[in-house]
Design a protein around this ligand. Structure first.
Ligand code: ADE
Length: 226
């Protein structure tokens, strides 16, 4: 899979892909993440990428020219399954969306800033608009990193133990059960005995029950979707 991220602040995207699982996924050749500086595509002599909004009002709008140039130059090189715009008015990211995107070959993620991008850029190029939640970030970069992380960890081979993605919260529509590690007794606070029993079937059942009750208590909306 190849993920091209177009950003006005590319430095913000360096560290999320330079460590741990996302770094290893790239080293193993399972994903290629390429970050593009939007300003490099601006034909303005000061490399401007924004302008005042027609009709007035506070806040700048990202212009269509650099966005169009960046996307067109990428599309000239290869086909893309999705061209995604990160925006607080997009569809909220969930595990189902991440699962679907993990099946793609190539995707572009465009990060917004200011009051957003010229609507014509959305109409002409964007195939999916994604928000990472009902709050406003200073720009789309952190959202793009969240989206890319949620997708990359689902690519087969990225996680060492493949089953660990399958047992994540949300993967089966339920929250994950509590987990414990050593010591079994921390200052009198004991690990549930069943986990020490060695009875894998009983442990599996306990985890399922815990998943269900945790979901019912914290996220009953998830159970209504089932
Ligand atoms: N840009 C600003 N806020 C955002 C959000 N909540 N999700 C995605 N991109 C954003």
């Amino acid at each position: 899979m190849r993920i091209d991220i177009i950003s006005a602040l590319p430095n913000l995207l360096v560290s999320p892909f330079s460590d741990s699982i996302l770094k290893r996924a790239q080293e193993k050749g399972l994903v290629e993440v390429v970050i593009h500086d939007l300003r490099k595509f601006s034909t303005d002599k000061h490399r401007k990428i924004d302008d005042y909004a027609f009709g007035g009002g506070a806040g700048m709008v990202m212009t269509i020219q650099p966005i169009a140039s960046a996307i067109e130059s990428l599309k000239a090189e290869r086909d893309y399954d999705e061209i995604i715009y990160m925006t607080p008015d997009g569809n909220t990211l969930d595990q189902k969306m991440a699962n679907q995107l993990s099946l793609c070959g190539n995707i572009i993620i465009l990060c917004g800033h200011y009051k957003g991008i010229d609507q014509r850029a959305r109409d002409l190029f964007i195939t999916k608009e994604i928000s990472i939640g009902d709050y406003v970030l200073s720009g789309g970069e952190l959202g793009a990193a969240v989206l890319a992380d949620s997708v990359i960890r689902l690519i087969p081979g990225v996680l060492n133990d493949e089953t660990s993605a399958l047992t994540d919260s949300h993967q089966d529509g339920l929250l994950a059960p509590p987990v414990y590690t050593r010591p079994a007794d921390y200052e009198g606070n004991m690990v549930p005995e069943i986990l020490l029993s060695g009875n894998t079937r009983a442990i599996e059942e306990w985890r399922m029950t815990q998943s269900y009750s945790r979901t019912k208590e914290r996220r009953p909306d998830l159970l209504n979707n089932k």
